[in-house]
Design a protein around this ligand. Structure first.
Ligand code: FES
Length: 156
């Protein structure tokens, strides 16, 4: 992750001005670079685009894509698509959450891990599946999901 300070944010948004900027695109640029949107970044965007902080914050929080805390070391995307649901996707999700002792979308700090909802990516032949830091782990069973969650919990 990159150093999240005011100068870095300003450098990153060097070409952004109220005349040519798209708010969503600007927020995506920041999140892509830093991994999340800090309060300071939202304030800088507000200043840069001559929008109220409430407008910027309201837009950012409307979309599930944006994070407001640093991402964990391990992000597990749980596929909520129909093929995975038909093959016990919910059981797999619940088994992993039970091992981590968290809810969907809640970050466990130590180890730094989060199970979040993801959408079908078209590789349903691997259903039911999850993505561990974008790497597909497919044809899961609840038992394999528990084993994987325990090993992630022990390794970190
Ligand atoms: S439904 Fe899960 S990969 Fe398609």
């Amino acid at each position: 992750m990159n150093n999240y300070d005011k100068n870095n944010i300003l450098n990153l948004l060097d070409s952004v001005s109220p005349d040519n900027a798209d708010l969503l695109e600007t927020l995506h640029i920041i999140q892509e670079h830093f991994g999340y949107l800090s309060k300071e970044a939202l304030e800088i965007v507000s200043e840069l685009l001559s929008l109220s902080v409430a407008h910027v914050y309201g837009t950012a929080t409307y979309y599930a894509d944006f994070r407001f805390v640093p991402p964990p070391e391990t992000i597990i995307g749980w596929c909520s698509g129909p093929a995975c649901l038909l093959k016990n996707g919910v059981g797999i999700r619940d088994a992993m959450l039970a091992v981590f002792g968290t809810e969907l979308g809640e970050q466990l700090d130590n180890p730094s891990v989060e199970v979040c909802m993801a959408q079908c990516n078209g590789t349903c032949e691997q259903a039911p599946q999850i993505w561990v830091n974008n790497k597909v782990v497919g044809k899961l069973t609840a038992a394999k999901a528990i084993e994987l969650a325990r090993s992630i919990k022990e390794d970190i």
